[in-house]
Design a protein around this ligand. Structure first.
Ligand SMILES: *Cc1c(COP(=O)(O)O)cnc(C)c1O
Length: 375
């Protein structure tokens, strides 16, 4: 079935890196109201945190600290909580989220140094090794696992080993990879790993969380100048009372919990990874047939989001292209590169290869209707 003959979709499919398409069952979980003091909601939060720690294989060594807000709130909370005021962060940058991490250090008054590579160049363990050897003042390394601004994958395991060998602490922004790409706390030493409800776990947006090494979290007293973004305090209060310190995003928690039950039923991380990898393959192969090339080399492409070169044809306008594809039921994402005209298509969310094929059909029909040449 081509997109043109497909039924009109009431709600478009989001091929974006969060918010993303959720299952009906996840959305239905938001039809109940929860009291924030109620035992049943506290049990839901506790169960959620246990599941999240288990995904990272951190049971016993790590705890999950949930936090109200979007993912950036949790990144800012992690930097403020874990980096001492006299600490120094090596920020590895190859896209917008790395730059945002540096901006957070700046805003919080944490000394930092930026190691920047091109948008299509992963951070290497060799570079981190050299930089840590040269500057003993660096206490923490901040790394984006999958840099969502292009979809590039940074070699987390090798970098984590280098950071550990130098006796420094690692803070991982795993926002767009957690739950889909393996991160095993038993093998990858980290102080804090940050992710959020509305990405690969397929919940709705509104809650971030930090998987923290328990000892490091307890030792972080006095670092942050923030009340609301103090992860240690959030954790201790929750441990004592079972409750969130301030009004919890109840519906978001309920939706994420339901999404995690489906995650387990699907087969956990290996199944989620396999589905996204298939989505990514179907997408890249289908677009290649239309003459649309992806920006990254296959070996550094994470199966999360794909950046495509825009057609060079002068008749191409992103907004017109976007609206036309949207009318066929799919929401694409603009590019985030300053030098190159690109657009992005997400592979994550409650979608499979059938949806990816229909999205490629929608793009094909749109290019034809706009009379855009791609070769
Ligand atoms: C989504 C995302 C964030 C958080 O962004 P918000 O706009 O706060 O949701 C941070 N880092 C990465 C790599 C992300 O993909």
């Amino acid at each position: 079935m081509t997109a043109a003959s497909a039924p009109i979709l009431l709600t478009p499919i989001l091929l974006t890196p969060g918010p993303l398409t959720t299952s009906e069952r996840t959305r239905a979980a938001m039809l109940t109201d929860w009291g924030s003091w109620d035992g049943s909601f506290n049990a839901l939060t506790a169960s959620l945190c246990d599941k999240l720690v288990a995904i990272a294989h951190g049971t016993g060594s790590h705890v999950c600290v949930p936090l109200q807000g979007s993912g950036t709130f949790a990144v800012e909370a992690a930097i403020g909580t874990f980096v001492p005021r006299r600490g120094k962060v090596l920020v590895c940058v190859n896209g917008a989220y790395g730059k945002r991490l540096a901006k957070i250090c700046e805003a919080l008054g944490r000394d930092h140094v930026i190691h920047e590579t091109g948008d299509d160049v992963p951070t290497t363990p060799e570079a981190v090794d050299r930089l840590l050897a040269a500057d003993r003042a660096i206490s923490h390394v901040g790394l984006i696992h999958c840099e969502t601004s292009t979809g590039i994958l940074n070699p987390l395991e090798a970098i984590a080993a280098v950071v550990a060998r130098h006796g420094r602490a690692l803070i991982i922004d795993a926002m767009s990879s957690f739950g889909a790409l393996p991160i095993d706390a038993r093998q990858i030493p980290f102080e804090a790993l940050i992710a959020a409800s509305g990405k690969c776990l397929e919940g709705v947006p509104g809650m971030g969380f930090v998987i923290a090494r328990s000892e490091a979290l307890l030792a972080s007293a006095g670092n942050t100048a923030s009340l609301a973004l103090d992860l240690r305090d959030q954790h201790l209060y929750m441990q004592r009372t079972g409750q969130w310190r301030f009004t919890p995003p109840t519906h978001v928690v309920a939706a994420l919990h339901e999404a995690l039950l489906q995650y387990e039923e699907e087969g956990g991380l290996p199944a989620r990874h396999a589905r996204y990898a298939r989505n990514c393959q179907v997408l890249i192969a289908g677009m290649a047939k239309l003459g649309l090339r992806s920006f990254l080399a296959p070996e550094i492409q994470a199966p999360i989001i794909v950046t495509f070169h825009a057609p060079r044809d002068g008749r191409y306008r992103f907004t017109e292209f976007y609206e036309a594809v949207r009318a066929k039921g799919f929401i694409l994402y603009p590019g985030k590169l300053t030098e190159l005209e690109t657009f992005r298509v997400g592979c994550i969310g409650s979608v499979g290869s059938a949806e990816m094929e229909r999205a490629v059909d929608a793009v094909a029909d749109t290019l034809r209707a706009m009379k855009i040449e791609t070769i």
